[in-house]
Design a binder for this molecule. Structure first.
Ligand code: AMP
Ligand code: MG
Length: 422
């Protein structure tokens, strides 16, 4: 057998000098990316997915006054007789938005609907299913009831003065509902970060144009567009930038003038980096990180003017992996929120998975529930970083940690759902 020739470290090496871990890369991103400063006041509908700038304190109690949680009869519990059945006189009705004006005295009850204010004198609501109506129309109730029954107390959802939404929270549909329940019409949120992105490569052809020999269609800008469209950012597609320093300089300068975050793909292989590096160095400060992950080992990270630059690899799967692992957290921070920790879910492997120790791998998986309602996961087939269909078939990454040295069917692994697959 001949000796193996390795003249330089490469992406097939399981571990390489100077590599940093996934966690370290995220820490560095967290240290260097700053939240956008500017804020805007928006109608609460438009605040969905935006980051709240100031803690929201409730101006009043929610609900404002005690009201009924059920359709039934409001009574004073003192009217009941222990171990016996009483017959109460119905003296009126209380409806949501139309309170009962009178008093609910001893031996009386008030017909009440869900959401109606509790009448003065009453301290419980008896469900209509737990009463009988006598022939003379009186309401028969047993003694098995307590004060406060079926009453929503004032402030039981939110107390006046309480902080309901902290600063830095990304607003969910439920948050919009809570804001409306407080009667708020507008909220101050961080402005949306602007993200500019472009592809690099002399081989790239825009869709809609016939392919010449040696050329391929530019898919990265479409997967990036799709991933960015799901995030609360404004994005600018700067097209394809050819592999030369002048074009790169122009693209970077334009992107930096317009965006908070610049994303490029490609141009990081040996040789190509030689002219991208000087263009970057001229305009800002950038570092080339080798991250111990697969796919997606090389990542260029830096600052150009006031913008953050993230140079992703060119391979289509590596683009999507590095976007999900590094760009999404960077956008979290830029937006004024904290980085979301990835949600890893245990699953049983259905296939054997090849893996060498050294790097964290993001294999593409299809997770399904087994007969016991536990997650099981199989691979999508070929796992090369150019096999983009492995991403479109997948609903999750199978995340194999640095030290993992392969998986057998039945082993437990961690999966991370693709955020559009859930
Ligand atoms: P690079 O990092 O530029 O050497 O690219 C690595 C691999 O990804 C090469 O096979 C490229 O052709 C491919 N690639 C780079 N950019 C794109 C793109 N925008 N769309 C599809 N494939 C790409
Ligand atoms: Mg290239």
């Amino acid at each position: 057998m001949t000796d193996k020739i390795t003249s330089q470290p490469s992406c097939v090496d399981p571990f390489e000098e100077g590599m940093i871990s996934l966690t370290e890369a995220l820490e560095r991103i967290g240290e260097r990316v700053l939240a956008v400063h500017a804020c805007e006041r928006l109608p609460i509908r438009d605040c969905l997915n935006r980051v709240n700038n100031e803690a929201v304190k409730s101006p009043h109690n929610v609900p404002p006054r005690p009201n009924s949680a059920m359709d039934g009869y409001a009574i004073a519990v003192a009217s009941l007789v222990e171990g016996d059945i009483v017959e109460l006189e119905e003296v009126g009705g209380a409806y949501a938005g139309r309170p009962f004006a009178g008093n609910c005295g001893p031996a009386q009850c008030v017909r009440i609907m869900t959401g109606a204010l509790i009448p003065d004198g009453a301290d419980a609501v008896i469900m209509q299913e737990q009463v009988e109506i006598a022939a003379d129309g009186r309401i028969r109730i047993d003694s098995d009831h307590r004060v406060g029954e079926n009453i929503r107390q004032a402030g039981e959802d939110v107390k006046q003065g309480e902080i309901v939404i902290e600063a830095g929270v990304r607003l969910s549909p439920a948050d919009l509902g809570v804001l409306a329940s407080l009667g708020l019409t507008q909220l101050q949120v961080k402005r949306k970060p602007v993200v500019a992105f472009f592809s690099t490569g002399d081989e790239l052809t825009a869709v809609g144009t016939p392919l010449q020999p040696g050329m391929i269609y530019d898919s990265n800008r479409y997967s990036l567009h799709g991933m960015l469209a799901r995030l609360p950012v404004d994005s600018i597609d700067l097209g394809v930038v050819r592999d030369n320093p002048e074009a790169m300089r122009e693209a970077l300068a334009e992107a930096a003038a317009r965006a908070d975050l610049i994303i490029s793909t490609g141009g990081v292989s040996v040789g190509e980096a030689d002219y991208i590096k000087p263009a970057l160095a001229e305009l800002g400060s950038t570092e080339f990180w080798k991250i111990a992950i697969k796919p997606g080992r090389p990542l260029t990270f830096g600052e150009i003017g006031n913008s953050v630059f993230m140079g992703l690899p060119g391979n289509p799967v590596a683009v999507m992996v590095t976007f999900s692992q590094f760009v999404v957290p960077a956008i979290d921070v830029l937006s004024g929120a904290s980085m979301r920790a990835p949600l890893l879910v245990p699953a049983r492997a259905r296939d054997s998975l090849r893996k060498k120790p050294g790097r964290t791998e993001f294999q593409r998986g299809i997770a399904t529930l087994d007969e016991n309602n536990r997650w099981q996961v199989g691979k999508t087939g070929k796992q090369g970083s150019g096999i983009l269909t492995s991403m479109s078939r997948a609903n999750c990454f199978i995340v194999l940690p640095d030290d993992n040295d392969g998986v057998e069917p039945g082993d437990e692994v961690s999966i991370q759902f693709l955020d559009w697959a859930i």
